[in-house]
Design a protein around this ligand. Structure first.
Ligand SMILES: Cc1cc2nc3c(=O)[nH]c(=O)nc-3n(C[C@H](O)[C@H](O)[C@H](O)COP(=O)(O)O)c2cc1C
Length: 204
């Protein structure tokens, strides 16, 4: 945690799902998970198959001190499929980096991987932090998908203009981890902090 920041565990008792997708910025999400844990949150990480090509699940397992969820068919609880059990307990779900593919899947209602399935099943606010090439972001189909999701109450943080991994400069860079964490803390402050097992009312 950067010096000068309030070190109190202001997210103690809060449950956050961090869903990682297959973009270069996946490595920056390790920083987000670490900071949320330092702030006292319980963090469960889910990863798409493509995300695991960028960062190993072991990194997120070590930082969150929890198993990383990667498959729809791996049951964490014998009585309830994990996508239901995990999303019912969550106060907030962050999708980062949110790829064009995952945004499109969610906007179309597709649920053929654990991340899109968990977003669909979420009873908590869902926040996307997109990252992609600026032409992909500016593509009218992507813009239509984002507008649709915003209209449905999903929240977006970024993207920002700046240096992109494809060595271009443009609008598509994932918002810096520190700013994403600050936004999440703010959003969690807006929602109640009743015990995590209580299903949350959808308040996107
Ligand atoms: C090196 C590399 C970097 C990529 N970076 C991004 C990215 O930043 N944003 C994005 O939307 N797609 C990116 N892609 C493409 C995605 O990995 C691809 O669309 C994939 O199907 C996304 O799967 P997911 O949404 O299930 O994680 C990248 C691909 C490669 C090979």
């Amino acid at each position: 945690m950067p010096s000068g920041d309030d070190p109190s565990p202001k997210l103690k008792g809060r449950e956050i799902i961090v869903a990682v997708c297959g973009g270069i910025a996946a490595y920056k999400v390790a920083d987000i998970v670490s900071t949320l844990v330092q702030l006292g949150a319980g963090v469960t990480v889910a990863m798409t198959a493509e995300a695991q090509k960028f960062v190993a699940p072991l990194t997120f397992q070590a930082l969150s001190a929890r198993p990383v969820r990667t498959s729809i068919f791996e049951l964490s609880d014998s009585s309830d499929p994990q996508h239901i059990a995990l999303t019912e307990r969550a106060d907030l779900m962050l999708v980062a980096p949110a790829t064009n593919n995952t945004i499109a899947k969610v906007a179309s209602g597709l649920t053929d991987d654990l991340v899109s399935l968990m977003v669909c099943a979420a009873a908590c606010p869902v926040v996307f932090a997109p990252a992609m090439n600026h032409r992909m972001w500016e593509n009218p189909i992507a813009q239509e998908n984002v507008a649709k999701l915003i209209g449905l109450g999903y929240r977006f943080i970024g993207p920002e203009p700046g240096w992109l991994a494809c060595r271009n400069v443009g609008l598509g860079r994932m918002t810096e981890p520190k700013e994403i964490v600050a936004e999440l803390v703010k959003m969690l402050g807006e929602t109640d902090s009743s015990p995590a097992k209580t299903p949350k009312k959808i308040n996107r």
